[in-house]
Design a binder for this molecule. Sequence first.
Ligand code: CTP
Length: 402
Amino acid sequence: MQILLGIPGGIAAYKSADLARLLANQGHRVRCILTEAGARFITPLTLSSLTAEPCYGANPDQGEWRANPSIEHIELARWAELVAVVPATADIIGKAANGLASDLLSTVLLATRAPILWAPAMNTGMWAHPAVQANLARLRSFDHAVVDPDDGILACGEEGSGKLAQVASIAEAILMHGTPKLRGLAGRRVLLTAGPTREDLDPVRTLTNRSTGTMGIELARAFRDAGAEVQLVLGGELPAPWGVETVRVRSAQEMLAACEARWAGADGLVGAAAVADQRPELVAPEKVKKGDGPETLILVRTPDILATLSAVRRPGQWILGFAAESQDHLAHAAAKLQKKGLDAVLVNDIQDGRAFGAQVNTLTPVTAQGPQAAIGPLPKAELARAVVEWWGHRLEAQKNGQ
Ligand code: CTP
């Protein structure tokens, strides 16, 4: 994405440097506009070094660091796929809410057609002031996004609301608002399972698998960014993605119960979880002591979540499943598609240790029409985006009767 980051003069400006670096490291192009006041807190050199792009603005004390000064506000306004103002001060919020254009940043904010996102940070009293809140309400009415500040101890020593939101959350909000929405998915409710499940043997021992849940969490982000309303049912230890309603579960049974409670209200289901196929027949209430001879663990099958929900689907609801296969993967996937009543199975070829724990992966979708073109190899975040794009376009084509 081409992200234009406006940095006005607030003490949290130093955190924008971190944000610029995070976004650039994720492969986005980031250009910064530093206002005159912003340049008192951080330097253009910091930003251009971190982003490998020019830093724009006008401050004679800082030397010449503007490119194409005559038309840059229009060029930058067109270049941006999203404009983020971080930290958004009361001053720039007030200017933009009232259509003032007195410097490069405020001019670009008026001229751009890209989505605009504000991450305010200011003293608690200023944040609570009705004038600031009224200005923000006006910006929201223009369809601008606002990442509300956190509560905490502020640079001024006061405690309360006004602390810049976490840089990682702002980065996620930028991706969410800047990613073009897919018509087949925008506004749709997607229920998604992710992560491993754990089946307890006793209070200290558990049966699980090596899935981390990374791919499922990336899929949740990608569906969210495509415009879907995602409900994530998540096992394992990884933190929940920003902006996604998440239910934490432990066992396969808990995962099924969480899904059953939400399935009727969903448009689609994505089964990315690595669900344990077996659980111990009995869960010992106390820690089991070791014995002398061979010991037997009796396992029973867990419910199949996709098959259970597929059996009660409404017309129009769709289901995507995953399969990890080490041999005859396309034939096995076709069988799974049929057996579980799915719309597509995305097959992982797990030979050579790929899939679990791997950073780069390839998925082959198998549908009722047979195997489709493979997606990847790509890093998991990009792979998730590509899968969501593929599915979103397919849904749209179906809607149009193609
Ligand atoms: N799945 C599920 N509930 C289960 C088991 C699996 O919903 N109890 C879902 C997974 O989330 C995944 C797909 O079903 O989308 C995987 O199917 P599964 O038959 O478990 O695949 P494998 O484990 O690869 O199958 P097998 O053990 O037959 O090789």
